[in-house]
Design a protein around this ligand. Structure first.
Ligand code: SF4
Length: 69
């Protein structure tokens, strides 16, 4: 699994942090960063990505397949 946050799209809405607080954190610029991808299960990571209002979070499977969006 790989999770990428597009900093240009992130508006700091923090819904990803609310859903997966052990994986996402807001940095000093109020942009989400991935701190620990292994701290959250796959379904929750996808739910966090789906919660992002700007589609800033991309989730990629181990085989390189883009799961979301
Ligand atoms: S939900 Fe999207 S916009 Fe909000 S902090 Fe996370 S990545 Fe940024």
């Amino acid at each position: 699994m790989k999770v990428i946050v597009d900093r240009n799209l992130c508006i700091g809405a923090a819904s990803c942090v609310a859903i997966a607080p052990n994986t996402f954190r807001l940095d000093e610029e109020n942009k989400a960063v991935v701190v620990d991808i292994k701290a959250t299960d796959k379904d929750t990571l996808i739910a966090a990505a789906q919660s992002c209002p700007t589609l800033a979070i991309t989730v990629i499977d181990d085989d390189g397949t883009q799961i979301y969006p």
